[in-house]
Design a protein around this ligand. Structure first.
Ligand code: ATP
Ligand code: MG
Length: 419
């Protein structure tokens, strides 16, 4: 292992006290323990880490024995949540290599996908099982050193996203790593190493094997982490949108639709930056709206659609999407309501105005109309009309703005790596 002095590289005051305390307790009990992963990467980049992870050679049971507020979670890979004051530190045991005689703890599918993964190992093995070189840095906060065996520090310096090991093998084990490559490249503004990129072309179809529930979790990480706009461009550039949101692929090729989607993402990023609440319902509603609109036009043309064509189009677009990404009802229902209000907002009928603005999704629907009007001048008069109506009847205006649909306050479950 390469050992590098961290005192010049990392601002020790930015470290989580809880994470440092967890490492200290483990080390005082003769285990090895390090702060690892995203926190070390972000600290090296001068960013504030979202959370702190600890890696150790203590088994989950041994970790639990040391900390009062600790519990084992996870099936695919067991981890321990240690509660320290208001923080929760995720402690994972070093993961090892897979071999044939470990079938009880590690299970692979026919095409190399890791289904279960509880093989423990050494620090070297743990590093090799991580996804990116920049995520495989181990910080010893007491000795103030970073262990780097895979060139992560150099890649941080040259701003490069590089998969550890053979990209095709690593993507086959866990195709979600391709999404992580696109996400970190976008979020950090790094470029992608050539082999890591070439592997994506060969493996992107494997994302079709990933359960839709995991892809929804991953979608939240892609779009709700403050860098949705660069991320959607990155997914599109590397043809990774197709396995997630097939209905949005054509939209990204149409200038006006693409502008609407990217602006919605940019607005979301700006809100996150200002600490304002955001909801996936509005964001995904905007992402899929151009598909709904174009499907709806198609239905009008064929002319045999009874009732609202937007309604029917919404149903079709959602059906295609839900096969890939399991959007929970608490988001998909408001999405539909926002879509279904669009034709009513286009009409501007004074008689019905009061009933429209008192709908609970009115503000969200109006926010989508604003985005649409950016690209379509003929919608400007509708904007003026609804702005006036809102001023006339402020007490009637339904719900919060689009980006603030109340949702159950629940942080996305953190899914652990498969290796
Ligand atoms: P952030 O939390 O800022 O999104 P992170 O790097 O901490 O970034 P996590 O999802 O919290 O990402 O994962 C923690 C660490 O676990 C990563 O840094 C990486 O080393 C490892 N890891 C996560 N997912 C995978 C995966 N699919 N395959 C291999 N290693 C992974
Ligand atoms: Mg993390």
């Amino acid at each position: 292992m390469h050992t590098i002095d961290s005192s010049e590289l990392i601002d020790a005051s930015a470290l989580s006290k809880a994470a440092v305390a967890v490492v200290a307790r483990l080390v005082d009990n003769d285990y090895n323990a390090y702060i690892v992963g995203g926190a070390v990467r972000d600290l090296l980049l001068g960013k504030r880490p979202k959370d702190f992870d600890v890696a150790t050679n203590a088994t989950p049971e041994q970790v639990v024995a040391l900390f009062k507020g600790a519990r084992i979670i996870g099936r695919r890979f067991q981890i321990v949540h240690v509660r320290m004051g208001r923080e929760i530190i995720e402690v994972t045991t070093f993961r090892g290599h897979h071999s044939d005689d470990t079938s009880k703890v590690s299970v692979k599918s026919e095409n190399g996908l890791l289904l279960r993964d509880n093989v423990y190992g050494t620090l070297d093995q743990d590093a090799a099982r991580r996804d990116l070189t920049i995520n495989a840095l181990y910080l010893d906060p007491r000795k103030k050193v970073i262990l780097d065996d895979l060139g992560g520090l150099e890649d941080i310096e040259s701003r490069l996203i590089r998969i550890i090991g053979n990209p095709v093998t690593r993507y086959s084990e866990d195709p979600v790593r391709m999404l992580r490559v696109a996400r970190f490249a976008a979020k950090l503004g790094f470029s992608i190493d050539k082999d890591s990129l070439d592997g994506i072309a060969q493996c992107r179809h494997l994302l079709l094997d990933i359960p839709a529930a995991r892809l929804f979790d991953e979608t939240l990480k892609l779009f709700m982490a403050g860098a949705a706009a660069p991320t959607i461009e990155s997914l599109d550039r590397h043809n990774l949108l197709e396995p997630l949101f097939p209905a949005a692929v054509d939209s990204m090729m149409d200038a006006a639709a693409r502008a609407l989607i990217v602006t919605a993402m940019r607005n979301t990023d700006a809100r996150i930056d200002r600490g304002k609440p955001v909801t996936p319902a509005f964001l995904l509603g905007a992402l899929l709206w151009p598909a709904v609109e174009s499907k709806s036009r198609e239905l009008v043309k064929t002319g045999n659609q009874e009732g609202s064509t937007v309604n029917a189009a919404a149903q079709q677009v959602l059906a295609i999407t839900l096969q890939r990404v399991a959007i929970p009802k608490r988001f998909s229902i408001p999405m539909r309501e926002i879509w279904e209000l669009q034709p009513r907002l286009e009409k501007c009928a004074s008689k019905r105005a009061k009933s429209v603005i008192s709908q609970r999704r009115f503000r969200a629907a109006f926010d989508l109309l604003l985005l649409r009007a950016d690209e379509r001048d003929e919608l400007r008069s509708a904007i003026a009309f609804w702005e006036e109506q809102q001023q006339l009847f402020p007490e009637l205006v339904g719900s919060q703005p689009g980006t603030e649909i109340p949702s159950r306050k629940r942080r996305p479950r953190r899914r652990k790596p498969s290796t």
